[in-house]
Design a protein. Sequence first.
Length: 275
Amino acid sequence: MTDTHRAELAAFLRAHRSRLHPADVGLPADLVPGRRRTPGLRREEVAELAGVSMTWYTWLEQGRKITASPQVVDALARALRLDAVQHRHLRRLAGLPDPIVDHPLLQSTLRLQRLVDAMSPNIAVVHDSWFDFVVWNEAFRRIRTDPDGFAAERRNLLWWVFTDARNRAMMQRWEPAARAVLSQFRAVVGRRPDDPRLQAIVGGLSAVSDEFRRWWSEYPVQDFRPAVIGVEHPEAGLISLELYQSRLVEDPDLLLVIQRPVTDEDRRRVESVLG
């Protein structure tokens, strides 16, 4: 972490400490009103709420060269009553990966569904931070697969790619596509090695897929790269699809994947299936 980052972290902590009052965090009010010289909470109050020493927290606010663990940073986020966006920003200032968020997807699913529906006849799907399917449009369901047909714990991109025989038979070049997905997934697991959901996916697929187990041991890591895949659809024939990925600013843990028909003929073939 650079001195500039430490200074920014210190400024962030001071600003958010100053906006809180004892009553906001369940502390008793001052016995003598007006005696509090510090705007907002005192440093010792934040340290106590977060379960850290007063000296350590003071050094952190002073921008000194100390290391903050994920557990301590998360405790500070709770002590300062940070929302999800502020918590993520605090972690980034401390040089840590984004927190694992249990998304209240029921509130956003309808909005996401409208988004992917509007992209038809382009094939569109949204995955969460565990690569689970969140929403998908009719083009995805009819051309690629219907995630509603999977058991809830296996409604997941990795499980589909490595265990679905129909998808494997339809893919013109299954192995490069499967390796690319695994490489992206490997990078995510590397950033969150203690995530129980990710570990369950790794363990489950290692037990049932020889390819997954063998390639996983090679430790492939790769970000998304633009590609064109060929899908041999039983009704429409070969469809070439150009892949796009995009993060949603409103929730960066959600990944929008678009598969666009490459040519006019590919588009007509998708539309013929959609009717």
